[in-house]
Design a protein around this ligand. Structure first.
Ligand SMILES: [Zn+2]
Length: 457
């Protein structure tokens, strides 16, 4: 018999199910890895379970999906860039290249800790992890779902990205997917991850898509457009950047484009028509001054039925790994950018972080609280000032709360955060270790830490 877990008398269950029901005084039964019953507590009153969590003060949501999250780097040098140095990307990639296996393992652990405690049950790392063998144990211990891959390029780039001859880049991608897909009891998926259309040849992009198709996996790449990119794509390929991807057969239901700023109406149509998903990173766009008023098209993508995931990107771009804050940013930034309060309602923000994000990452078995789904759940503690007073838990979640009120997290039926505590890492020791590794990495690479504007005495 599978172990059973009952979440009982939840103040509210925000199901994000097909009917988008919110159940007051709700109950959820988990058997093994799956949700088997959801309803009013009274309906499940006779149900016994191996463990019962009293959720009287909790708001329960599906586990959150992070669609673009560079897990393995930058945490040990997070926040070194002041606001006025311009794009830090060159330094970021140089530091990533210099990281050792030990450094990557510990920074990954820190990333996982922050993700899990903030209710992220699944994330996609767009190919940053260099030492997956070393990090496998960390994923296993954290209990999280992960979509990984190897970032490859085969063209010149000003960024220090891993460049290979085309045939080698293709072979590495195929070998990586074959080795890693389906591990961790199915919680690990491996995708093809060419960095971007600008840094990869048509041959590599098409081969990556073929690998995704043949193995039943997926493909992600960074995709930004805008005036200059459109001019370049037109000159080189006779298409918009998105039109070019369609013309070479590199769009579809198993493709997730990241960032996706600066696309025009025809590109939105192309994305919707081909069933392509996107992952947008609201805080990266805002902090990087990427011009959401001019370039952001999240409302139009959602209106066309595109599966839009939210992402937190990287600790030097975003810099937090809290999808609740990302939901808030998504919900407020378009209202301001276009001076229209109706844009991206709180419900849409939650959908992107759950149901739509799960579709975008090819994990439809999560993203909603309904019988038959995998048991990935987040319990928010509402006995905190920011949750008062409550008349609409959706608004409280998106506009008042952040990840710090997350009390309990369940992934695949396993309680991985239990009353604010996780058990896979000694937090104090890890924090000291990461600080030490960050200082060592900066010294070894002779990276000058830009001085802040205020004197430190
Ligand atoms: Zn990225």
């Amino acid at each position: 018999m599978a172990a059973t877990l009952k979440i009982d008398h939840a103040r509210y269950v925000i199901t994000v199910d097909a009917g988008r029901r919110i159940i007051a005084d709700g109950a959820i039964l988990v058997e093994g890895q799956r949700i088997t019953r959801v309803g009013k507590a009274a309906e499940l009153a006779d149900v016994r379970a191996d463990r019962v969590i009293d959720a009287r003060r909790m708001v329960v949501t599906p586990g959150f999906v992070n669609g673009h999250m560079h897990i393995s780097y930058a945490h040990c040098v997070r926040g070194i860039f002041p606001d006025d140095v311009g794009s830090p990307l060159k330094t970021v990639f140089a530091l990533q290249n210099a990281m050792t296996e030990e450094e990557e393992y510990h920074t990954t652990l820190l990333g996982l800790l922050e993700l899990v405690k903030n209710g992220n049950v699944c994330f996609l790392d767009p190919g940053s992890t260099k030492f997956p063998d070393a990090c496998l144990q960390a994923y296993q211990d954290a209990g999280i779902r992960v979509v990984i891959g190897e970032c490859v390029i085969d063209r010149d780039s000003p960024l220090a990205l891993p460049r290979y001859p085309t045939a080698e880049a293709i072979a590495r991608t195929a070998a990586y997917v074959k080795k890693w897909d389906g591990r961790l009891d199915g919680r690990m998926r491996a995708w093809a991850m060419p960095f971007s259309a600008e840094t990869c040849t048509t041959e590599l992009l098409q081969a990556a898509k073929r690998i995704a198709d043949e193995t039943g996996t997926g493909l992600t790449l960074h995709h930004n457009s805008g005036a200059q990119a459109r001019k370049d794509a037109q000159a080189q390929h006779g298409h918009t950047p998105t039109g070019y991807l369609e013309s070479i057969g590199v769009l579809g239901g198993n493709v997730c484009l990241a960032h996706v700023l600066g696309i025009d109406d025809s590109e939105i149509d192309t994305i919707a028509r081909t069933g392509t998903a996107v992952a947008m990173c609201p805080s990266t766009a805002a902090k990087g001054g990427r011009g959401v008023p001019e370039h952001g098209r999240m409302p139009e993508l959602l209106a066309k039925g595109v599966s839009v995931a939210l992402g937190c990107d990287s600790p030097n771009n975003s810099n937090y790994l809290d999808i609740v804050r990302a939901m808030n940013m998504a919900a407020v930034q378009y209202k301001d950018a276009r001076q229209d309060m109706r844009l991206i309602p709180a419900e849409s923000a939650i959908e992107m972080a759950t149901r739509l994000g799960a579709q975008a990452l090819g994990v439809p078995e999560i993203g909603a609280i309904e019988a038959g789904k995998k048991a990935d759940l987040v319990l928010f503690d509402t006995e905190r000032p920011e949750w008062q007073a409550m008349f609409n838990p959706v608004n409280n979640l998106v506009y008042n709360a952040d990840g710090r009120s997350i009390h309990t997290v369940v992934i695949d039926g396993r309680v991985v955060v239990d009353a604010y505590r996780q058990s896979f890492v000694d937090e104090s020791r890890l924090f000291a270790k990461v600080q030490e590794l960050g200082e060592g990495l900066l010294a070894r690479t002779k990276t000058a830490v830009p001085k802040g504007r205020w004197p430190v005495q």
